[in-house]
Design a protein around this ligand. Structure first.
Ligand SMILES: NC(=O)c1ccc[n+]([C@@H]2O[C@H](COP(=O)([O-])OP(=O)(O)OC[C@H]3O[C@@H](n4cnc5c(N)ncnc54)[C@H](OP(=O)(O)O)[C@@H]3O)[C@@H](O)[C@H]2O)c1
Length: 278
């Protein structure tokens, strides 16, 4: 084609591919440079890059809270904390994720379907439904308490239930309801669960769970990014907090965060933060 110079922003981190295309071009006498706007380009694709480099997916944990940091009333009621715009924003976060992970506590309390309910026209960069795939929905449920008639199952897209000590008959019934059931012997250790998802070529994971699983994921160090939607109301001291972090009692034990971005989304605010020191 007569091209004499190619400028790339980064090398493909996939070891099977890395640098091969560039080497081929150079061999043909084309001048090749790489690294232009590399940091910006890496931000577009954090999941694939992390999985290629570490064998783990990029994990976001999304939570909705009141201005006083509460995520559900003492009764468990939590629908809806944020407004319509924030919920639409969450739909877009789901749509860009390869998997959405929740805990059995949320399934039993809210019976969510956890699918993407936007049309292709409402999803940036998606030209038609042919280019869109529902994320895998994953329930972490050690003893297979998820009901076969949960709203997760009948909607379009795949559901995987990961357990460690559920009985075989229940596993069979869940398979009949359409779920893929995966048993991890020895317990649902979260780094291992994330490693399993990476094995399934899951690049970006969105955890949408209650304080038990969100706290355990924070403690296990599997979260790369916290995305917190803050609504302008107060839920009071009896309502439940964001993360269960047993053993955190002293100021010295606080988990430091680095806020990366804050922006209004309708009447709410979206805060993106990373765990400091990671
Ligand atoms: N505001 C929000 O953003 C938001 C989002 C989601 C839910 N919620 C609310 O949160 C409440 C439910 O919270 P929750 O804390 O009870 O439920 P959860 O965090 O969704 O699920 C917790 C359960 O997950 C299971 N699990 C499996 N593997 C685990 C692991 N490695 N670490 C920790 N847990 C693991 C455990 O049950 P087993 O041991 O039996 O497997 C555990 O009890 C509901 O009221 C819901 O409305 C709020």
């Amino acid at each position: 084609a007569g091209v004499t110079r190619v400028v790339a922003s980064m090398e493909d981190p996939n070891p099977l591919v890395a640098g091969k295309g560039m080497a081929l071009l150079r061999k043909q006498g084309v001048s090749v440079a790489s690294g232009l706007l590399q940091a910006e380009s890496e931000k577009l694709n954090p999941g694939f890059i992390k999985r290629m480099k570490t064998g783990m997916p990029w994990v976001r944990c999304k939570l909705a809270m009141s201005l006083d940091g509460r995520t559900a009333m003492a009764s468990g009621e939590s629908v809806w904390i944020t407004g319509e715009d924030a919920r639409r924003d969450v739909q877009r976060l789901r749509a860009r994720s390869s998997a959405v992970v929740t805990g059995i506590g949320t399934v039993l309390a809210d019976d969510p379907s956890m699918n993407v309910r936007l049309t292709p026209e409402e999803l940036p960069g998606v030209e038609s439904s042919a280019y869109f795939r529902q994320p895998l929905r994953v329930v972490l449920d050690s003893s297979l308490r998820v009901p076969e008639n949960a709203r997760l199952f009948p909607v379009e897209g795949s559901v995987q239930v990961i357990h460690s000590r559920g009985d075989d008959a229940k596993a069979r019934r869940l398979r009949e309801a359409g779920a893929d059931v995966l048993k991890l012997e020895g317990g649902l250790d979260l780094p291992r669960v994330m490693g399993e998802l990476a094995e399934q070529e899951i690049n970006e994971v969105l955890i949408e769970a209650g304080p038990t699983l969100a706290g355990a994921a924070l403690k296990a160090g599997v979260i790369d990014e916290l995305i917190i939607y803050m609504a302008p109301h107060l839920m009071g001291h009896q309502a439940r907090g964001l993360f269960h972090l047993p053993g955190l009692e002293k100021m010295a034990d606080r988990i430091d965060l680095r806020i990366q971005d804050i922006r209004p989304v309708g009447r709410d605010f979206r805060i993106s933060a990373t765990v400091a020191g990671e």
